[in-house]
Design a protein around this ligand. Structure first.
Ligand code: ADP
Length: 534
């Protein structure tokens, strides 16, 4: 259908120009806007930076919709909420918000405004927690609905309603009842996480079967992806920034709070960069300050944990560096997605080491707050990240988008990732022999689960290193000790790491010999094509 023919179009068009100062729609924006104005439910899946906000902010200021009045936006993050509210106020839009940080005076003023029949704010932002726990809010919303002035519910970061999502919020569960509690009020859920599973779960949980789904390729054509072995990471980061992005804005993700602080300090003190750290353990005022400095360009580099990011809207981030691995590929996509929101080229570099993978696995195992199922899930996710890093053959986009079940033809990558830029590195080599020796050796060392060995102990024994600590000197006379002394070091490390991520060594200790036939099969199947090239 031609959406420019709907009765809403003239007003939508006018407001796009007059209020938002924009001249045209991006893909799916007009579609989503028309749907909600027609009173239908919608799920909007758009990549980060795709322009999700406009999809609900524009209809909120239109008077032509099937339902009119207040657009209630459920928004998980305070910083995001405040950013958005400020931007809307600047545009002269009547907006109100409710969160748990507000003084009671301020919130009663908000309540008054929400009760002013016929003169209510156009947009009302609220956190899921406030919506769930405040009886007052529920009463006010009912009042608004009874007056026929509840236009729609909008659920930002919609994937958070899903229990196994990476940052599920308990209060989001309440949203399951929105449809039942407010029948007939259109719902719009927005997300940048577009697996089929997320889509189906969203629709099921929100009970919006029959909604319109607007799906868009997750590809970010202006981002350039690269994975590097973690060796001299700090030196490389400094060099990279000085060479390509001097004085430009960037984000460096690190795993630990201490790591962030340390790296930011080094960048400042040893290299003269304007760098700050950011993590969840900081005082709110310090966080706010770091964020503001960075947002306004007074500090160029933010070194942060994953606490930093959701809802950060800085269009000119020119690079995102993963100093440490993300928890999963969705995290990788979201975090790198904060680069280049203005559509101009930006670089995403990730540093990888097997040590980091193992560190994460230990962290998962030792986490007392998660149950077995969750641990298993998280472990699979980090192994997937490892596989991504180790795969230096397939297009990075094809790999990441594949995570979301999106098929991406690497031709379209246009040399936008390390693997597409340098296919020359691929050489096939059959390393079955090496793999078999490593597996046999591991089996001998573990001896049916009686002992355990670390990766480095295994490698030392493989190379026949004197004083190798696995099983002590008594193992030195074992026939397999030193069976790989002629293997090139880096190659045997990579084969070992690859076997590890295939799960071979878990099986070694678990299944006591049963694995070998299966994994020989795997070795033959893969031919180790390219996985071992440098
Ligand atoms: P996200 O999907 O990540 O929430 P935003 O809604 O924050 O994205 O939008 C990202 C950027 O794109 C913002 O700077 C916004 O002003 C800009 N933008 C959104 N829609 C349009 C449009 N139709 N034309 C030009 N710029 C747009």
């Amino acid at each position: 259908a031609d959406l420019t023919k709907t009765k809403f179009y003239p007003e939508v068009r006018r407001k796009l120009h007059d209020i938002f100062g924009l001249s045209s729609f991006r893909p799916n924006q007009l579609e989503a806007i028309s749907t909600t104005l027609a009173g239908e439910d919608a799920v909007v899946l758009m990549p980060t930076g795709g322009g999700k906000s406009l999809c609900y902010q524009l209809p909120a200021v239109c008077d032509t919709g099937t339902t009119r009045g207040v657009t209630v936006v459920i928004c998980p993050l305070l910083a995001l909420m405040i950013n958005q509210v400020d931007a809307l106020l600047e545009k002269g839009i009547d907006v109100a918000y409710f969160n748990s940080d507000q003084a009671s005076e301020e919130s009663s003023q908000v309540t008054r405004r929400l009760r002013a029949k016929g003169n209510r704010p156009k947009i009302f932002y609220i956190t899921p927690e406030k919506l769930k726990h405040s009886g007052l809010v529920t009463r006010v919303l009912n009042e608004i609905r009874d007056d026929g002035e509840l236009a729609r519910f909008v659920i930002d970061e919609g994937h958070l309603v899903i229990k196994w999502g990476r940052d599920f919020r308990e209060a989001y569960k309440y949203l399951e009842c929105l449809r039942t509690n407010f029948p007939g009020i259109p719902i719009m859920a927005l997300t940048a996480t577009a697996t089929q599973q997320v889509k189906q779960d969203l629709i099921r949980i929100l009970k919006i079967r029959g909604c319109k789904v607007f799906w868009q390729s997750m590809n970010r054509p202006n981002l350039n992806y690269e994975v590097r072995q973690k060796k001299t990471v700090e030196k490389e980061i400094v060099q990279f920034i000085n060479t390509y992005h001097a004085n430009e804005t960037g984000i460096i993700y690190a795993r630990s709070r201490k790591g962030c602080e340390g790296l930011a300090k080094k960048l400042r003190e040893n290299h003269g960069f304007k760098a700050r750290h950011f993590h969840a353990g900081m005082q709110p005022a310090d966080k706010q300050d770091a964020l503001q400095q960075w947002q306004h360009g007074r500090c160029k580099i933010i070194v942060a944990t994953i606490a930093f990011g959701m809802g950060i809207d800085k269009p000119d981030v020119r690079y995102v560096i993963h100093h440490d691995l993300p928890n999963d590929l969705d995290g990788y996509y979201q975090e790198t997605g904060r680069a280049g929101r203005d559509g101009k080229p930006a670089d995403c570099i990730m540093y990888y080491s097997w040590n980091d993978v193992n560190q994460r696995r230990r962290q998962i195992r030792d986490n007392a707050d998660s149950d077995f199922r969750e641990k298993e899930h998280q472990e699979q996710e980090i192994l997937r990240v490892a596989a991504f890093c180790q795969n230096n053959v397939d297009c990075r986009r094809t790999q990441v988008l594949g995570y979301y079940n999106e098929t991406f033809d690497s031709i379209l990558c246009n040399q936008g990732c390390d693997n597409c830029r340098d296919p020359s590195g691929i050489e096939e080599e059959d390393v079955t022999d090496m793999a078999v020796k490593i597996i046999r050796l591991a089996e001998a060392l573990v001896d049916g689960g009686k002992h355990s060995v670390t990766r480095n102990q295994l490698l030392d024994a493989l190379w026949g290193k004197a004083g190798s600590s696995a099983r002590g000197t008594s193992f030195h006379s074992h026939e397999l000790f030193g069976c790989g002394k002629d293997f090139p070091r880096d190659r045997s490390e990579r084969v070992t790491d690859h076997l590890e991520h295939l799960g071979v060594f878990i099986s070694v200790s678990k299944q006591n010999g049963e694995w070998s036939a299966a994994y020989l099969e795997v070795c033959r199947f893969h031919h180790w094509a390219g996985l071992l090239s440098e």
